[in-house]
Design a protein around this ligand. Sequence first.
Ligand SMILES: *Cc1c(COP(=O)(O)O)cnc(C)c1O
Ligand code: SF4
Length: 340
Amino acid sequence: MVARSTTACQTGACQTERWKQDLADAFSDAETLLQSLGLHSQDIPDLDPTPAAWRMRVPRGFAALMQPGDPDDPLLRQVLPRQIERALVPGYVTDPVGDVAAGLSQGLIRKYAGRVLLIASGACAIHCRYCFRRHAPYSALGAQAPRLAAAIARIADDPTLDEVVLSGGDPLMLDDDQLDALIAQFDAIGHLQRLRIHSRLPVVLPTRVTERLCARLAGSRLAPVLVIHVNHARELGEAAAEALRRLKEAGVTLLNQSVLLRGVNDDASRLIRLSERLFACGVLPYYLHQLDPVQGAAHFQVSDADAAGLMETLRAQLPGYLVPRLVREVPGADAKRPIH
Ligand SMILES: *Cc1c(COP(=O)(O)O)cnc(C)c1O
Ligand code: SF4
């Protein structure tokens, strides 16, 4: 019976245990994270070791992709809490994209024709400092089961919808049982054609891409699309590349969205390397977002003029399909707005 226990550990139960353990092991304390990189809090004069809100959270696998000894590492910069986040900057608000007005309270956000966004889970495996939902009132979402049931009923009632976008937080924070149940309900809604998942987990917690998840997406009646979120080529390590290969084999269309961030990727050569690395992992660049003006993230802002200049260089150096679309979300607009 040796063979049987080996099999059990390569599938199902063990894989589930693995990603939940990786999640539980994430760094939640800046000092410990810095130590793992051979750094000390004195190396970061602006460090905020105990932010008032939006606590630090960094999976160990993601931290392992950072450059040891570099306090300015672009991956570290995305996740390390800094005092400057406490500054109130005019124009930087708690709900920059109008989610609350568009229906966040039920977790169902309808802004654009044909598609609706469902906050499947308010939680994330990583806390990006620039996140536009860092102040989102997720605690007001209410109990998960009745909320999702009400959302599914509304989707079923609206034949103009052909696509559901699962978002969050991160929808892959739901486990395989929960996703299975959710997808089964979408499969049963005749007017839906596509199921889109917006998730950073295949990148920051690649063990989340279980065989069961791949099989469930492959087995859905709906065409599966996964939009990952990567800002710098180095975020795509070997484990993430392997997870993306399995998703691709399962027939999932893979796209990426990035946020343009000062000190992280506001540099043409970095953006070019990112597009090339994405392609090597079977992923096409989709959006490059101008930062949403969320309170606490003003120091990441890149001007529209600089952003447009970067895009010029990208267009001159890359094949068209490796150039992401530079966009901004404008509350009330009927689509993400291109920036020229
Ligand atoms: C960004 C977004 C979408 C998806 O928009 P696409 O342009 O299709 O990628 C859908 N719903 C909401 C509320 C969004 O913010
Ligand atoms: S993964 Fe996305 S939703 Fe989660 S904290 Fe980062 S930017 Fe926000």
